[in-house]
Design a protein around this ligand. Structure first.
Ligand code: ASP
Length: 333
């Protein structure tokens, strides 16, 4: 008998985590609980990096990425750059269960979502639109410019979109891609990741969240890992698979997590070369990464390229979630 537990972002509302724990207590599978918790976060209007009310791309469209992976079978499903659906995590799980594929993108993912009867919805809220408008102005453009670019009426504005995609990371608002990691009573590990990606991204940009091995990985035999932060970094490193792989090689979770983060630091530095982001600490906020990990015994850990990032853990034996601070892995270690 394994102690069921949930590990996820520190910003998630306790009520969502507690509801997931209640389902685990009743014997629900890790897969069902991971999906349930991720859906609840997707519905959370206060969560601007996931699902409904997520911040849009530079054209003002909310584009969602999500992935689902089961550590028992190494099955995975994912969707990328999906628009107009409330629960991308459920579409990702259905890709895993109903198709001989792992990743669907854009129109194909939306066609599939319609076929399975996934709930449609308008995801851009007034407050998210307002933040977007402000950032457009910060970049010296008007909504009219953006609309003309969207309609491809101006090649000049299209060129500006490319420039904006490199400049705009300085204005990244929060970064709360949802990493839900669950272990059930049978010891099965499931990771669900769902996000609206980085705010103001170039249309069609896909981050690490739907990329198995980068944004997430789960293998019951060794453990699981998931990432939040700038996907362009973890995709270059294969961070989640790398973390699980090190545990497979006999490293402790702590050794593995720290090693992955240390190896990542030069990529973080290199990533900043392209932008002029604002922020403090050794890396600007726009070029940071956080790795959450579970080992096969159910120990949880968090590792980050900056300080102050938190995560929450709760087992079925606990009445409340615990909030823990990620290990800050510095360049000089
Ligand atoms: N990892 C996500 C991405 O690159 C963004 C984030 O965590 O904020 O799309």
């Amino acid at each position: 008998m394994h102690t069921p537990l949930i590990l996820l972002n520190g910003e998630v509302k306790d009520a969502i985590l507690i509801a997931g724990i209640e389902s685990l207590r009743k014997g629900a599978s890790a897969a069902d609980v991971a999906e349930q918790v991720a859906r609840d976060v997707e519905d959370d209007i206060d969560e601007h990096s996931v699902g409904f009310s997520g911040l849009p791309n530079i054209l003002g469209e909310v584009e969602l990425d999500a992935a689902f992976m089961e550590g028992e079978s190494l099955s995975a499903g994912a969707v990328a750059a999906v628009k107009g659906f409330r629960h991308p995590i459920s579409i990702a799980r259905q890709v895993m269960e109903r198709l001989p594929h792992v990743l669907l993108a854009g129109e194909g993912a939306e066609r599939f979502a319609d076929e399975i009867g996934a709930e449609r919805g308008d995801l851009l809220t007034d407050s998210a639109r307002e933040i977007w408008r402000k950032r457009i102005a910060d970049c010296g453009l008007t909504i009219n410019d953006i609309e003309r670019a969207a309609n491809r009426q101006s090649s000049i504005v299209n060129r500006q979109l490319i420039e904006i995609a490199t400049r705009v990371l300085a204005y990244r608002e929060g970064s709360d891609t949802m990493n839900v990691m669950v272990r059930d009573a049978r010891g099965h590990l499931v990771v669900a990741v769902t996000t609206s990606g980085i705010a103001w991204k170039y249309p069609g940009r896909v981050g690490d969240s739907p990329v198995v091995g980068a944004g997430l990985y789960a293998d019951d035999r060794y453990g699981a890992a998931a990432c939040m932060g700038l996907g362009e970094i973890t995709m270059r490193q294969g961070s989640s698979l790398r973390a699980v792989m090190l545990m497979q090689m006999g490293w402790t979770m702590d050794e593995a997590g720290r090693a992955v983060l240390r190896d990542m630091l030069p990529i973080c530095r290199d990533a900043t070369r392209h932008w002029t982001p604002a922020g403090d600490g050794p890396f600007p906020r726009s070029a940071w990464v956080r790795l959450l990990m579970l080992d096969r015994h159910g120990n949880a850990g968090g590792y980050c390229t900056h300080d102050g990032s938190t995560y929450k853990v709760q087992t079925v034996d606990e009445s409340r979630p615990r909030t823990l601070v990620c290990e800050w892995v510095r360049e000089d270690e």
